[in-house]
Write a protein that binds this ligand. Structure first.
Ligand SMILES: [Mn+2]
Length: 427
């Protein structure tokens, strides 16, 4: 649970970064049409949520800063019982006053009038550029009379880089649920028969245990399907003696978890699968151990490339001198992606990797990132021994950077071959 005091602090931190004589506007997300008159489930805009924790649509947060002071405004929907009958209860202006520590709370109907008056005599307008929206377009037109029209996204993104204790607790809760789902998959995959049935079981546990949903579309990829990195069709049969790559994590109270495990359909790794799996697992553990404040993410990237390249040579999948292979980027064919990304309210948290000068931002205590090395060998890759073809493996954990080094937030989710095989036999 994140308290109003913390949200208030976040708004104040943001306000300090704004130029004097400016107005900053953040909107709630819009409902999105699915088709005809049905909508996708509503999810609040991440930056708006980060700044106030409000989950309703048709709302806005405004910060107005002069030379002397800063004022905070929340705009929410009025109570309208006739409409609420259809779309659900609204907090309303009066009740919002009991919750939000801002200077004034107004009906969203007042938004345009109020912002127009706040912009009088101001020089800068900040808006979240990631929102493509008629409301943003309108503000952009209004900003033409001002000195500058600026993007709020990077300012909030930098704030979101370092998580508070309360945020870390929520991520841990999300991971407890995700652990249960992955362990269930390990136990029952052989009985389920199809990728989609396994996906349904995983997401059933997410929801049953109180998660809002998946944090991203689950990948349940059997055999060669795992070699399509963003395989989300999940419509094939589970085939005996193949592996299943499961990249699935729940979103709990607006925070993501992001976990990949690769498990055998029938509960036992073949010799080739095990050789490749243990090589990648060993690299994953080594990279996690490197995590500490001050380290650059690019160092984790280059070290993961070096270790995986050595591992591929060790297994005869690549041949030649490791240094030369790395230089020619031969390993990229099998390890084409990054070692990991920031994670938080978004699974790929919208925070910068570089500072304003274009320099890489070093790891800091409180950051949460994934570590996810993987190797993908296409079924038709004739340059590789047959026994390795059609195997795609990724192992992914969620890591908190701490003062001392790191805490693997997902360390309780099984990844040792012996644990996975044992759990499967219990199914
Ligand atoms: Mn990931």
């Amino acid at each position: 649970m994140i308290g109003e005091k913390e949200y208030e602090k976040r708004r104040k931190t943001l306000a300090k970064k704004l130029k004097k004589n400016s107005v900053a506007v953040l909107f709630s997300a819009r409902n999105k049409q699915r088709s005809n008159d049905t909508e996708f489930p509503y999810r609040q805009n991440s930056n708006f949520y980060y700044m106030c924790g409000f989950k309703e649509d048709n709302a806005a947060l405004v910060i107005a800063k002069t030379n002397k002071k800063t004022d905070y405004f929340m705009f929410v929907q009025k109570k309208e019982p006739k409409l609420e009958l259809w779309t659900g209860k609204r907090l309303g202006v009066d009740q919002a006053k009991d919750i939000f520590e801002v200077d004034s709370i107004l009906s969203i109907d007042m938004f345009e009038e109020k912002v127009t008056s706040l912009l009088q005599g101001k020089r800068h307008l900040y808006v979240d550029f990631t929102m493509e929206d008629a409301r943003v377009e309108k503000l952009r037109t209004q900003a033409k009379q001002l000195e500058s029209y600026k993007n709020l996204t990077p300012l909030i993104g930098r704030q979101r880089l370092v998580k508070s204790e309360a945020e870390i607790q929520i991520i841990k809760k999300a991971l407890q649920i995700t652990k249960e789902a992955h362990h269930h998959a390990m136990q029952f995959a052989p009985k389920l028969g199809e990728e989609r049935a396994l996906q349904a079981d995983i997401e059933y546990i997410f929801k049953k245990r109180g998660a809002y949903s998946d944090a991203y579309t689950s990948i349940v990829a059997c055999g060669n399907n795992a070699n399509t990195l963003h395989y989300i069709k999940n419509d094939q049969k589970l085939v005996d003696k193949k592996l299943i790559l499961i990249d699935a994590g729940c979103e709990y109270d607006y925070y993501a978890s992001d976990i990949t495990r690769t498990i055998p359909v029938n509960g036992t790794f073949t010799k080739a699968q095990k050789e490749l799996y243990e090589m990648i697992l060993d690299v994953e553990k080594k990279i996690i151990k490197m995590v500490r404040p001050g380290l650059l993410r690019s160092v984790l990237q280059s070290q993961s490339e070096k270790l995986l390249c050595e591992g591929l040579v060790g297994l005869g999948i690549l041949r030649g001198d490791v240094k030369k292979l790395l230089k020619k980027k031969k390993h990229k064919k099998y390890y084409p992606h990054g070692i990991g990304h920031w994670m938080g309210i978004d699974v790929h948290d919208e925070s910068p990797y570089k500072n304003k000068k274009g320099e890489e931002i070093p790891l800091m205590a409180g950051m949460v990132m994934t570590i996810e090395p993987g190797i993908y060998i296409e079924l038709n890759d004739k340059t590789v021994a047959k026994r390795f073809r059609g195997i795609g493996i990724r192992i992914e954990d969620d890591i908190l950077v701490t003062q001392e080094g790191f805490e693997n937030l997902s360390k309780d989710i099984f990844k040792e071959v012996s644990d996975i095989e044992r759990l499967s036999q219990e199914g």
